[in-house]
Design a protein around this ligand. Structure first.
Ligand code: NIG
Ligand code: FE
Length: 402
């Protein structure tokens, strides 16, 4: 007899194992052993077992949602900047005049570990309440060694204290700190010679990210960051082609990046390079919406090329104060022409792939983490259809209901 710990029944499952459909199972059962899925299939075919049976009482079970791009740890807020943008000032103009990312840097440097942890925890709990079981958290509001380390320690603490799988990313190359004005290359020296090596040695980051943009860093500067990351065995990812086309995504593909994110201004040649490299396209509808961007990311081209598309919240105090990943699924459909199936793939199997977790998370499959959500819905498409509301009935991480 199999030695299952728990068996869940009483739901239909959208397993997301196939790349072309929900791969659903009517009246399904999931057996969990040591936090992993040990068996999944129609409940009528469940092997004999002596484990505790939990009936979830109807609805659909999907893999737990994966939010593969967030900036959840930060001090202060930027609601005043939001009001300025509503009056017509642009994100770039605000950034160039000392607002934007650098103003959050000032608040984050001042904040204590406790303050950062308390505020980030509330935001993460909101994402979790809406179905997230796996999340990435970036640094990037420190821009000095001590504060980048502080942010990443807070991020690790979030993962330890909450029922969520958490991956951290070092984003020291996010913006130029004020003390380095006019000396971007010298700041990149600091990132490559001090910040990344120290953080890698302390095991504080699972990946390295950068912001390749005229208000941030050039392709050549990001390439130095990527070389350093790979020398420390850390995979890379990039914020690229958000406000203009600098070709960061082509660079990301050359360095076999896990993902290239934003992509409104992605060129065809870079889209092809991403397809060849297996780099995931992370689409961030929240930033597009909040910045009233009008240039659409080339979704049909990415689809035609077979580039896996993930969707993330980009939760951050400036361009995307987002607390619901499901809302991002809806926006991806309405604003970008995703299908509800693609949207669910974007926050499950493709989101996991964007974190290098494609073989352990984001699908309901034997051997994968038993991270799943039971939703109060009749059809999986409802996950993109409803704006807001409380659709989560149950949430399990490593096989335990939370
Ligand atoms: O992903 N693009 C750069 N970084 C963030 C914005 C961060 C901020 O404005 O504070 C983003 O949109
Ligand atoms: Fe971002």
């Amino acid at each position: 007899m199999p030695s299952f710990d728990t068996v869940y029944v009483g739901f239909h499952a959208a397993t997301m194992v196939s790349s072309i459909d929900y791969d659903s199972i009517k009246d399904a059962a999931i057996a969990v052993e040591n936090g992993h899925i040990a068996w999944i299939g129609p409940a009528s075919e469940l092997p004999n077992h002596d484990a505790t049976v939990v009936n979830l009482g109807g609805g659909w079970v999907t893999p737990g949602l994966v939010d593969c791009h967030t900036h959840l740890v930060f001090g202060g807020d930027r609601s005043a900047e939001y009001e300025m943008r509503l009056q017509g000032l642009s994100y770039e103009v605000i950034a160039k005049s000392g607002g934007g990312i650098v103003s959050t840097v000032t608040d984050t440097r001042k904040a204590s570990v406790e303050e950062l942890l308390t505020s980030a925890k509330k935001r993460l709990q909101a994402l979790m309440a809406d179905g997230v079981t796996c999340v990435e958290v970036k640094s990037g509001y420190g821009l000095d060694l001590a504060t980048e380390e502080k942010m990443l320690r807070v991020a690790r603490a979030l993962g330890d204290q909450l029922s969520v799988t958490l991956r951290t990313t070092c984003l020291a190359a996010h913006a130029l700190p004020q003390e380095y004005q006019g000396q971007a290359d010298a700041y990149i020296d600091l990132v490559c010679e001090e910040i990344i090596p120290t953080i890698a040695k302390a095991g504080l980051a699972d990946a390295v990210d950068g912001f390749c943009e005229s208000i941030a860093f050039s392709v050549a500067q990001i390439e130095r960051v990527f070389k350093t990351a790979l020398a420390h065995n850390l995979p890379v990812k990039l914020h690229a082609e958000q406000l203009s086309n600098l070709g960061g995504s082509g660079l990301a593909a050359r360095y076999k990046a896990l993902s290239s994110d934003h992509l409104e201004y992605l060129s065809d040649i870079d889209a092809k390079a991403m397809a060849a490299a297996g780099t995931v396209a992370v689409i961030l509808p929240g930033a597009f919406f909040c910045l009233k961007e009008t240039k659409l990311p080339p979704i049909q081209r990415l689809r035609d090329l077979g580039v896996p598309m993930a969707i993330a919240s980009d939760s951050n105090p400036g361009s995307a104060p987002v607390l619901s990943l499901r809302l991002m699924m809806s926006m991806a459909c309405t604003l970008f022409g995703f299908t509800p199936l693609e949207a669910l793939q974007g926050v499950t199997r493709h989101g996991a792939q964007a974190l290098g977790l494609g073989l352990s998370h984001g699908q309901l499959k034997v051997g994968y983490a038993a991270d799943f959500v039971c939703w109060d819905i009749q059809k999986p498409a409802e996950l993109s259809y409803w704006l807001g509301g409380q659709l989560v009935k149950h949430r399990a991480v490593s096989g335990e209901l939370t």
